[in-house]
Design a binder for this molecule. Structure first.
Ligand code: G4P
Length: 530
């Protein structure tokens, strides 16, 4: 196998999704620990804690110039090169969280064993399921009292509509968490050591049928395990790789990230099941990851919070071929050739200049303001465009205007630029001038970032007034004029900056009402970007 093919073959690119506090940070850190990228667990966590308050976050952004370490982490394990894409959560939950999922080939969904499927899991799962990518489930916190594993599987099916196949099965939980049973190898794995999660756990394997296993687990748990296994084998789903690949069957793993129990098993099985980078759809058909020619698309643009450096970093996912430092590529939307200067890649701790990167990898390049989310870069002889990244419906809205009306021009400029980076979405009300806009965001922190940036970068103070809307829908089809739609009195008709019409709703009921009372009306929570 040529080195080129081998390099792409060994790439695995995935995002971890979860509801806050389920253990995404802890699991990421433990995967890095097993990959040798960090010696002592604790540094990913430190980064998260450092992000705690908005003011701290701004301060960090300023000092560091730009927040990049959180975007992607690369490490090697078992001959594979793994890229973990960070999906911002908590206060910094934003549209970037969704867009990052567009750059991943697989998703790992972390559930808190006691809580099961939660609100944010649902949202993120939905975005993954649109793409029909493989989704792996890690049921975390087995060292605590959890729900019954069968109940968790029912939840996956009933709440998310995905069938599950447990790759392993927990033996007890909480203080009685003894280990896991590997269904394929028919062995019980018990864990020891791990220095409270600081270092790797010691794993010993025992055969299910051995007397010593029964003795170790105890009669009650052993009998329960045997019953569970029988039930799973008889009534459970069969493992079907095709269903895993199209995201309709999720392999489920159990463990405890904090103690490292089950982490290595998960990592190894995950790497065996996942495939190398997937091909991507473009306007000239599918682009294969193993194509010799380089191609990539921009999925995230991060502004520099430092006033002295107005540049931004554009993060791109390499979709095919090989990238080499200083290489000249064609920027399709900009219609010109550009040299990708100072490309960077990110390890667990620091960023470094990359010499080469392959399909599946993420690189960040300095962007003097030429890139937009979804842009394609490829060889000049090709000039194709990857399918655009959808625009996701924001969930929080504010009316925004400059305090000083004389600053209208800077206000519009600033808000337009910030919206181009994709941090906010801007809407206009018909018959109202550009000095008063409606801003929609996926995560509320973005309002504070907007206020901060307009003041610091554009010297504009703004007045922000929160609006009670909760849902927005693009109007895909409608009989007659949008202005004559029959809607409830608390529904507002707006336009985005591309001139598309949308409806803002305060309740879900408002949406149903609009659909019931307007024949032929088709609404969408996701807009295809062109
Ligand atoms: P997140 O990124 O998904 O938000 O979750 P994070 O890893 O930060 O974990 C949230 C909390 O759950 C943390 O506790 C963490 O230590 C704990 N946790 C993670 N994995 C496990 C696990 O397997 N078992 C148990 N029992 N707890 C787990 P915290 O109190 O918020 O922080 P800390 O004081 O422990 O640092």
């Amino acid at each position: 196998m040529s080195d080129f093919i081998n390099q792409i073959e060994r790439r695995r690119t995935f995002a971890i999704i979860s509801h806050p506090d389920a253990g995404k940070t802890t699991l990421t850190e433990k995967l890095l620990l097993y990959g040798g990228a960090i010696r002592m667990a604790g540094s990913v966590k430190a980064r998260k804690t450092a992000k705690h308050a908005v003011s701290d976050w701004m301060e960090i952004e300023k000092q560091r110039g730009i927040s990049v370490t959180s975007s992607v982490m690369q490490f090697n394990y078992g001959g594979k090169c793994i890229n973990i894409l960070d999906t911002p959560g908590h206060q910094d939950f934003s549209e970037d969280t969704y867009r990052t999922l567009m750059a991943a080939d697989n998703a790992v969904m972390v559930l808190d064993g006691a809580k099961g499927v939660e609100a944010q899991t649902r949202k993120l799962f939905h975005v993954c399921s649109i793409r029909e990518i493989p989704i792996f489930t890690f049921v975390n916190k087995m060292d605590r009292e959890t729900k019954d594993p069968f109940e968790l599987m029912d939840e996956l099916e009933n709440e998310l509509g995905i069938k599950s196949y447990p790759m392993n099965w927990p033996i007890g939980c909480g203080l009685n968490f003894k280990g896991i049973y590997d269904r394929e190898k028919r062995v019980v794995r018990v864990f020891k050591g791990g220095n409270h999660g600081q270092s790797k756990a010691e794993v010993s394997e025992m055969y299910l049928e051995d007397e010593a296993t029964k003795e170790f687990i105890g009669d009650d748990l052993y009998n329960k395990l045997m019953e569970d296994i029988e039930l799973l084998d008889m009534a459970g789903e069969d493992f079907d790789m095709e269903k895993v690949k199209n995201g309709s069957l999720t392999p489920v793993f159990f463990g405890s990230a904090i103690t490292n129990f089950g982490v290595q098993t998960f990592l190894e099985d995950f790497l065996t099941i996942t495939t190398p980078p997937l091909s991507r759809m473009s306007d000239v058909g599918e682009i294969d990851a193993f194509d010799k020619e380089f191609s990539a698309f921009v999925f995230k643009i991060q502004a520099n919070m430092n006033k002295a450096h107005r540049d931004r970093i554009a993060f791109m996912r390499i979709c095919s071929g090989k990238f080499e430092k200083g290489m000249e590529v064609y920027h399709v939307q900009g219609k010109n050739k550009i040299k990708l200067s100072q490309p960077q890649q990110f390890l667990a701790q620091e960023r470094e200049i990359v010499e080469e990167a392959y399909a599946g990898d993420i690189i960040g390049v300095f962007d003097p303001g030429i890139f937009r989310i979804g842009d394609t870069l490829c060889e000049a002889s090709k000039k194709f465009k990857f399918e655009g990244i959808p625009v996701f419906a924001p969930e929080h809205f504010s009316r925004v205007r400059p305090v000083d009306t004389m600053k209208r021009k800077q206000f519009v400029k600033g808000i337009t630029q910030i919206s181009q980076e994709g941090a906010i979405q801007v809407f206009r009300e018909p018959h109202i001038g550009a000095e008063e806009l409606i801003v929609g965001v996926v995560g509320v922190l973005q309002f504070e970032v907007l206020e901060y940036r307009l003041k610091n970068e554009y010297n504009v103070d703004i007045k922000l007034e929160r609006l009670p809307f909760r849902n927005i829908r693009w109007i895909e089809e409608c009989n007659g004029e949008v202005s004559s739609l029959s809607v409830t009195s608390d529904t507002k008709i707006v336009e985005d900056l591309k001139g598309r019409s949308l409806l803002l709703f305060q309740t879900d009921w408002g949406i149903s009402w609009a659909l019931e009372h307007n024949k032929g009306l088709v609404l969408s929570a996701i807009a295809k970007s062109e």
